[in-house]
Design a protein around this ligand. Sequence first.
Ligand code: NAP
Ligand code: HSE
Length: 430
Amino acid sequence: MAATSLNVGLIGLGTVGSQVAERLVTGQPQLTRRAGLELCLQRILVRDVNKPRAVTVEPGLLTNDPDLLLDDNDIQVIVEVAGGDEPMHSYLERAISAGKHVVTANKVVMANHGMQLLTLAAEKNVDVYFEAAVGGGIPLISTFRTDLQANRIERLSAVINGTTNYVLGRMGTDGLALEDAVKEAQAAGYAEADPTDDIEGFDATYKLAILGSIAYEISVRPGDIYREGINGIEPVDFRYARELGYAIKLVAHTQRHRGRVEARVHPALVPLDHPLAQVEGADNAVFVEGDLVGRVLLKGQGAGGRPTASAVVGDLIDLARSIRRGVQNRPSFTFDDRVGVVPMGEVVTRAYYRIRAEDRPGVLAAVGQVFAEEGVSISSFIQKDAWVEEKTAELVITTHPTEDTRLQKARERIAGLQPVRAVSSFLRVF
Ligand code: NAP
Ligand code: HSE
């Protein structure tokens, strides 16, 4: 007899999990009609069964024993919205080995172990869905998996961390201190359990590893991606950037080169008329360039319980439809393991320097000489706020595209010049 239901074991009932449970409990019968099977929440794994929850679920569903989900033969799919590498990686591996499908929002596990889990799933004839792992509610993975498959992807630039985008917005527009803006992002449910994952750019590298691997069908490891976080950006940088015609964003960028790919995550000055400069709040945007399709912008809510639950439940519906049609184990991605990432030093980019220096004749010439000796061409120069009593001033310089290693060398040498007090800020210009 054909199945009429799909039994779900949910891991996690926090920001995302509570919204998933809420939709599964209250969204019937619409979900059943769309999925073709009834999505039945059988069991929910949490750490603390007594914790107050944002959603009302039958108390009997909650457990802190993973075996009750992973060893239950009636549970056909594990939906993991808990986060972190271990124990979730082991749980998902166990679930797949036992012939269960997986839907996960866990970018850490997918970035670190996605290739192995997808391979195992293919062997076990089950599916792994991970739409929610990148870009919250924005349909990214499915877009790459189906709609962009005819293309050779040339480059991809993105704002893919909602927390840092929210924080940069609050700092730049409203003058908030970084710590206060992070607290707001945590309260809104955007931030990771440890928000330094967001602030230091780790979360964005996991997501870029997933997107890059899928876009180029190669294995991009998070550790191979150049990473810088948003610590150290000061309010004055937003002001100067705006005067120069830029916004400051945490940008994740990857680009195809001959036999290698560029992959980097760092804060950057983005021209105000670029689509990424217009991404506000916790929104995300991915700007992709394919050889057939040209440029495509995918934009929407990149963080938060409800948009992420939209992606998770969407995956469940897709899975239920496949099961109903008897077409499990959909064509998966292949990942060539031999393509390397271009070292950051070889990447050609532009830079912005904010230099605090003595306000006296010859200083600019000394700074200019370092740039000239390092082969760095200056694109713009402004002398900004002067501190009359200290006889210092701020020099704001942007460069033309140059190898990053030369930009760094110039930065080090300028910082060591006698009349220079500090290179207070160094940011790439996108
Ligand atoms: P969260 O609010 O911290 O919730 C995590 C949930 O997982 C909690 O219910 C927790 O149980 C449970 N949990 C954690 N470790 C566990 C363990 N070892 N055993 C059993 N249960 C465990 O996290 P979240 O914001 O919902 O994020 C969940 C996942 O979605 C993460 O992978 C995150 O990266 C991803 N994601 C989040 C967002 C977002 O905007 N929040 C967006 C996209 C993707 P207790 O409640 O008992 O502590
Ligand atoms: N902490 C993540 C962010 C959640 O801020 O983008 C979405 O993956």
